[in-house]
Design a protein around this ligand. Sequence first.
Ligand code: DXP
Ligand SMILES: NCC(=O)COP(=O)(O)O
Length: 261
Amino acid sequence: MNPLMAPEGFRHDARCALSVNVNKVALLRNTRHLGIPSVTRAAQLCLEAGAQGITVHPRPDGRHIRAQDVRELAELLKAWPHAEYNIEGNPTQNLMDFIRETRPHQATFVPDSEDQFTSDHGWNLPADAERLRPMIAECKSLGVRVSLFMDPVPEMMAHVAALGADRIELYTETWASAFGTEREAAVLASFADTARAALAQGLAINAGHDLNRDNLTRFLRDVPGVAEVSIGHALVADALELGYGEAVREYQRSIQRAYAR
Ligand SMILES: CC(=O)[C@@H](O)[C@H](O)COP(=O)(O)O
Ligand SMILES: NCC(=O)COP(=O)(O)O
């Protein structure tokens, strides 16, 4: 079988889609000039195991995902018509060129500075709104769905909708750090309130950052309408122990447990 072709019978049947972020595979690859571990091979194995998409965040400093990775993954995903390609970044930096070149299914706008350690906050709306409006419009004119990376603040959802964005991505680090503590219920409620506000504005909901096999089920069970989670750091860490295929299956089981009655 052509290693780039999706196997017969590939099914897209999870209620919440799992998009695997392969940043950290590229981070390890970049520590030697050997080309391993392969980013495209990692993506292929995750898709074969049932992941519904691949996410990358090509940061301007090239610390992990680089332009060639973005192009090669776009090529790979042509063989997976049911899977989605999500490219994240700051549209005021290098993101828009990748969007224009590869036309992914989704662009996730993230307000990161160029040298930021990792993503650690959402957009500040309405303050950032007018800068974003033309780039949202351009993505949509290219047929690319737009998701804005947002903190769990219900009052901001109307501003997201007014900008013409299609989705929010809930920045879930505060959930991950509250999980298992006395703050868990209160923090989860803020995400549920934000999700309800987003749904009321006609927005779809993604979520990501520091999600893992342990904190994922409760989040999906209590936060309504999450359509997609993008998970990278913890899943790749798990894959070092379990392999990509079993790691993806473990995360799919965590997702399915959220809907089990
Ligand atoms: C936006 C977000 O929370 C993550 O998708 C981001 O890609 C993490 O970036 P690093 O992998 O560089 O930490
Ligand atoms: N948007 C979140 C993402 O793509 C991966 O975040 P993480 O799981 O690496 O924290």
